[in-house]
Each structure stands twice: as C-alpha cells, then as structure tokens.
Design a protein around this ligand. Sequence first.
Ligand code: HEM
Length: 189
Amino acid sequence: MIPPTQRRLAERRRVARHRRALGYWGVLLAMLLSLWVGTTVVPPAWLHTPALFGHLASVIAGLGAAVLLELSGLLWMLRRAALDDLRRVERIVSTLAWLGIAGLLATGAFLQPDLGEPLTAIKMVAVLIAAMNGVGMTRLTDELARLPGGVRFSALPRRLQAWCVWSAVVSQSAWWTAVLIGMLNTASR
Ligand code: HEM
C-alpha cells in the first residue's frame, strides 16, 4: 500500500510531465507555424516596420527575462542571493520570457526569413533550442522548489549543480546566437 503523500507526489509529477510534453509540442508547432507563414505569406510592405518594432520589443522582453533569471542563478551560486530570491525572480520573469518568445515567433513570421541562408537556419535552430530549454527548465524549477529556501548551491548534489549550469549556458548561448544573427541579417539587408 503506497502512503497518500507519496501518491500525491507521484500524481503531481505525472501532471508536470504531461504539461511539459504539451509544452514541447506547443513550441514545436508554434515554430513550424511561424516558419510556414514566414516562407509562404508575402506581407504588405507597410507591415515590415511595425513587425520589426514588435520583434525588437519581444527581444527585449524575452532576452531581458532570460538574463535576469540566469543572473539571479549566478548570484545564488556566488552566495550573493538565496534560492528563495531566485525562485521569486523566476515566478516574475517566466511569463515575460514566454510572452517574448511568442512575440518573436509571431512578428518574425512577417519579416520574411530566408531559410536558404545558412545563418538564418542556424538562428532558427537557436530559437528552437532557447524555447525547448525554457520548457525543460520547468522540471529543474520543480526540483529546486522541493529544496529549503536557504540552501546553498554548493550543498546541492553534483547532478543538480551541473543541470543548473547547463540550463543557464544553453539558454544564454541560444538567445545570444539568435540576437547576433538577427542583427547581422538586418545589417546585411
Ligand atoms: C529567440 C528568438 C529570436 C531572437 C532573439 C531574434 C532576434 C532578432 C534581432 C535582434 C533582429 C535584428 C533587428 C534589428 O537589428 O533591427 C532580428 C531580425 C530578424 N528576425 Fe529575429 N529573432 C528571433 C526569432 C525569430 C523568428 C522565429 C523569426 C522568423 C520566423 C525571425 C525572423 C527575423 C528576420 C527575417 C529578421 C530580419 C528582419 C529585417 O531586417 O528585415 N526571428 N531578429
């Protein structure tokens, strides 16, 4: 007979796993839809400037949220902040990050991406990695939610430490790759 607390925990994990699977599929479908619109629809010329403005605003929201979150994680690693502070920041900025990604996919679709261009193809892979990593991070957040708010980063098991660092490195690398290539594309048009 499984104790009720363990059963509740297992049920919560199952729901979280299900939600994450939906998240991965949602990201993939949104990305495919954005690229399909971007490569088939020819938007009117007047739409370019507002779409580019929306794209930049979304970069500010998405990248800003990612930088804030990973900076808070770094401060926790360096013992300049508590895990509780990181969790508070995560709760505030995660919605902003997803709004940023949704905005980038929506506005990018009207900027006519040229997928035949190798740099643009690399950018799209970076976008997909940033968004998928965002979904994957919810599992890490769940693991960290089970720890006491004052726990030190150095007291974590090696596996969890490596997971935190890896998620942050993947996130920042993917975001900055997309930003850099986006800027290069605009500059070369
Ligand atoms: C993490 C996601 C993304 C980031 C960080 C990002 C970032 C950027 C940046 C910084 C620029 C340059 C804007 C400027 O210098 O004025 C740009 C341009 C561009 N982006 Fe993105 N972008 C993202 C996703 C996308 C997606 C999903 C698409 C298409 C479906 C897309 C299509 C474009 C195009 C076509 C341009 C060039 C626009 C032009 O100058 O005519 N981007 N992006």
